[in-house]
Design a protein around this ligand. Sequence first.
Ligand SMILES: C[S@@+](CC[C@H](N)C(=O)[O-])C[C@H]1O[C@@H](n2cnc3c(N)ncnc32)[C@H](O)[C@@H]1O
Length: 248
Amino acid sequence: MKREVWEELREAARCFGFDLDRRRLGLFERYADLLLGYREANVVGVRDLRTLVRKHFVDSLSCLLVEGVRRAGLIADVGSGGGLPGVPVKIVRSGAGVVLIEATSRKCVFLRRVVEELGLEGVEVENGRAEELARRDDLRGLFDAVLVRAVAELPVVAEYSVPFLREGGVLVAMKGRISGEELTAGALAATELGAGLEEVREVPEVPGVFEGMERRLVVIRKMGVTPARYPRRAGVPRKRPLGVTGGS
Ligand SMILES: C[S@@+](CC[C@H](N)C(=O)[O-])C[C@H]1O[C@@H](n2cnc3c(N)ncnc32)[C@H](O)[C@@H]1O
């Protein structure tokens, strides 16, 4: 069964336009062992390998459909949790620098262990809230791509993430179904932050592996400078989201 699962991951990667060699598959295996074995942190809430690979690894790799992610030299994963999608992306894009941003310290302990045990070079773990870290000179305005999966609604994700991007960089928000209102509010928030909604891309199905998930990549590109007042204080983006009536 194990072999089949890794073959499925390879097949999905091919559908997304790249091949996974043995070394990379070995890293995914090791990462899966860590995620499934680290009960204290319950970092993904999944207990079986097949679900982990289909629901989390394949989905994480889908952001590589966006050219800005395939070419990025410096990538941030905001609200990384157990390392998704940042760790899978780093395994594939081994030359890229990756910063995993995570508010919960016990998850950061796990992330540091993953980085060490997989021998991932050029990966930093930053324990803190995005709203605070995005004010640091060594993190603000630097990244070619910011990835966000399962963290918050689009306007909130935009305020957490756009400040980290350099001009021309892309935010990829990895979403399931998204309502028209969320998308409109996200687009308005992006404009306020010096960015713009570029596209909403459907993730293709991989027969027998990744089906019926209705996953989308919302791509927001930074076009200017984010005003210094953003992100607002920790907690405010969620309480009063930009782009929503009564928000900003
Ligand atoms: C539901 S988990 C998703 C984790 C991972 N991205 C995934 O797809 O499995 C959301 C994570 O975002 C983190 N988070 C939420 N708000 C945050 C913020 N403002 N700054 C940094 N991390 C945040 C939480 O601690 C949590 O680990």
